[in-house]
Design a protein around this ligand. Structure first.
Ligand code: FAD
Ligand code: SF4
Ligand code: SF4
Length: 398
């Protein structure tokens, strides 16, 4: 390749620890750790919000903002709930993400998979890799619930001559990836995304665990679940649940990374296939097939999953509106009241897709206020139109 085709090769990755162009909004997606830093001004999700253009390019059509499901969940061909009939031990949920990645390698559809393992010393410290074998993919199973520089391995693609690649990642990583996709020299790129919200730095994670769990040092896994509780799994196999409404919001307000307080790509709108949990019944995973490439990936594991239609029950609007000032003022309920509220909301509250809308509305209104107060000069350009329409349904404090 000549220098004029790949001008980025002349650029130098930023040194570890140096200030990133997005400054405090940087989500450490990893792009700036590579010579693709050359494209950072256009590619960074926090410097150049271009969701609509990237969606149209990735899916060959735009999000239909007048279709209520597309407004919330992005461009898609179908959604469903699914779970593996034989779950992968130690996966975040039933291991659908890891299974698809393993199948793609085994069937030689791709030569490598960008995914994130953890370091030997720290279960929660992310270590991005390009996995070449199913064993390496399985070593990356389970969430590292911290900002992860997944794109830091991009330079290795060109160096190792990979032509067919699967990238697993969260929204901000995939936005930057899509923006440089044409520069990677690939014949085929597959993108398998997960939803993502409220991510933290490694130090932020420690603060969250210390203020929320009864035994922070033994937590091996946690998730904010559809029953309005945080579920912690400990190394001795025991579980612990803490109701959302009992979280010490006054102490946790500053825990989430500024990038994640400014993020509106909760549902990973640019992935070909998205695998989460929040639109599915408890214990099931939520699948969003965005385009034909996503369907091709899902088809690989049809004989290993059971599925059911997505459902939607309840009305989230009043609960979202009430939670806005509570979060804003950092109110924490006493634990008995939080438990009670959790039980009542679980019985009568939003379920299935309505729970997903509840979570999207709560986070988008909170993040909108955060950007408005902390980066008012960015507000108009940074909030995508779909998010603006969602936020406009609510009354917000100044
Ligand atoms: P597994 O088979 O266990 O595979 C997990 C995959 O995630 C691995 O391939 C790994 O490479 C990748 N991964 C792990 N950590 C990271 C990271 N920090 N950045 C990028 N990739 C990573 N789903 C929802 O529905 N609602 C949410 O609010 C939500 N929040 C999330 C927040 C984070 C930080 C992450 C990483 C995921 C979140 N998810 C959310 C997705 C969900 O928790 C599961 O990851 C998803 O359902 C896949 O489960 P699985 O058992 O198929 O994954
Ligand atoms: Fe660079 Fe990514 Fe940080 Fe943006 S979010 S400044 S692209 S590392
Ligand atoms: Fe990136 Fe948004 Fe997840 Fe933060 S919440 S890590 S900005 S996708």
């Amino acid at each position: 390749m000549t220098a004029s085709i790949a001008p980025h090769k002349k650029a130098k990755a930023l040194k570890p620890g140096s200030r990133r162009p997005a400054k405090e909004l940087c989500s450490e997606c990893g792009l700036c750790d590579t010579y693709y830093v050359h494209y950072v001004k256009e590619a960074c999700a926090f410097l150049n919000q271009q969701m609509a253009a990237l969606e149209a390019a990735a899916h060959a059509r735009s999000r239909d903002l007048d279709n209520p499901d597309e407004l919330y969940f992005g461009v898609h061909q179908q959604m469903m709930a699914a779970r593996k009939t034989e779950p992968i031990e130690g996966a975040q949920w039933t291991g659908i993400v890891s299974t698809i990645a393993c199948e793609m390698l085994t069937r030689n559809l791709v030569e490598g998979v960008v995914c994130v393992q953890n370091t030997e010393r720290d279960r929660f410290q992310p270590m991005p890799v390009i996995a070449r074998t199913p064993a390496e993919v399985l070593a990356a199973r389970v969430n590292k619930p911290t900002l992860s520089p997944n794109l830091s391995v991009l330079e290795q693609i060109e160096q190792s001559g990979l032509k067919r690649l699967l990238v697993i990642g969260v929204g901000c990583q995939i936005q930057a990836l899509r923006a440089v996709e044409q520069q990677l020299g690939l014949e085929k790129l597959y993108v398998l995304g997960t939803p993502c919200v409220d991510n933290v730095t490694r130090e932020g994670l420690q603060k969250f665990l210390d203020t929320t769990s009864r035994s922070p040092e033994t937590v091996v896994h946690y998730e904010f679940m559809q029953d309005f509780r945080v579920h912690f799994k400990h190394s001795d196999g025991s579980t612990e649940t803490v109701p959302f409404f009992g979280l010490k919001t006054n102490k946790l307000k500053d825990v989430f990374a500024p990038s994640c307080m400014s993020c509106f790509d909760y549902v990973n709108g640019l992935a070909d296939l998205v695998v989460g949990y929040m639109g599915a019944p408890f214990g099931w995973q939520w699948i969003v097939v965005r385009n034909d490439t996503g369907q091709e990936m899902l088809d690989l594991i049809q004989d290993q999953i059971e599925t059911q239609d997505v459902m939607s029950k309840g009305d989230r609007k009043a609960a979202v509106q009430q939670s806005i000032p509570a979060y804003d003022q950092g109110v924490t309920l006493p634990m008995w009241a939080a438990q009670l509220m959790g039980v009542v909301i679980e019985r009568i509250g939003p379920k299935g897709l309505e729970y997903a809308r509840f979570s999207i509305d709560s986070h988008f209104t909170r993040n909108y206020l955060y950007v408005k107060r902390n980066h008012p000069e960015k507000l108009a350009d940074h909030v995508p139109e779909f998010a603006q329409r969602i936020v406009d349904q609510y009354e917000l404090p100044d």
